[in-house]
Design a protein around this ligand. Structure first.
Ligand SMILES: N[C@@H](CCC(=O)N[C@@H](CS)C(=O)NCC(=O)O)C(=O)O
Length: 125
C-alpha cells in the first residue's frame, strides 16, 4: 500500500514536472556581464529538492524564469545530500535553499519565501 501511494505520488509529480517543463516561462534577459556576475554569486547557492515535489517544481520554475542556473541537490532517501540537509538545516523538508555567504550558511525553507527572496535579489529592478 505504502509502495502504491509512493508510486502514485511520484507518477503525478512526474506529470506535473513534465507539464511545467513544456510550459516553461520566458527567461529573464541580462547583459552578458550582468549574467556572469549573477552566476558567480550563484556559486554560493544550492537548492535541496526532490524531482517530483510540486513545491520544488514551482521553485525550479522560478529559477528558470529568473535565469538562475543554480546547483540543485537531490535530497531523496539514500542520497548524502539528505544527510547534509538534516544536519545543516535541522529537518528534511524540500525545497530548501542553502546560501553560503560571508562565512555563514543560511538554510531557507518554504518555496514562497525562497521565490520571494530570489525575486528581490535577482529579479528585474
Ligand atoms: N510549505 C512547504 C511545503 C514543502 C513540502 O511539503 N515538501 C514536502 C515534499 S513535497 C517534504 O519535504 N516532505 C518531507 C517532510 O515533510 O518530511 C513549501 O512550500 O515549501
Amino acid at each position: 500500500m505504502k509502495f502504491l501511494v509512493k508510486l502514485l505520488r511520484e507518477g503525478l509529480g512526474g506529470i506535473i514536472a513534465f507539464i511545467s517543463w513544456i510550459t516553461r516561462p520566458r527567461k529573464l534577459k541580462r547583459t552578458p556581464e550582468s549574467q556572469t556576475a549573477v552566476e558567480n554569486e550563484l556559486q554560493n547557492f544550492a537548492l535541496y529538492q526532490f524531482f517530483a515535489c510540486p513545491f520544488c517544481i514551482k521553485t525550479r520554475r522560478a529559477l528558470h524564469r529568473l535565469n538562475l542556473p543554480m546547483e540543485t541537490r537531490n535530497a531523496q532517501a539514500g542520497n548524502h545530500h539528505r544527510t547534509e540537509l538534516q544536519q545543516g538545516g535541522g529537518r528534511v523538508k524540500v525545497p530548501c535553499l542553502r546560501i553560503d555567504e560571508n562565512g555563514t550558511t543560511t538554510w531557507m525553507y518554504e518555496s514562497g519565501d525562497i521565490i520571494q527572496y530570489l525575486e528581490r535579489r535577482f529579479g528585474a529592478a
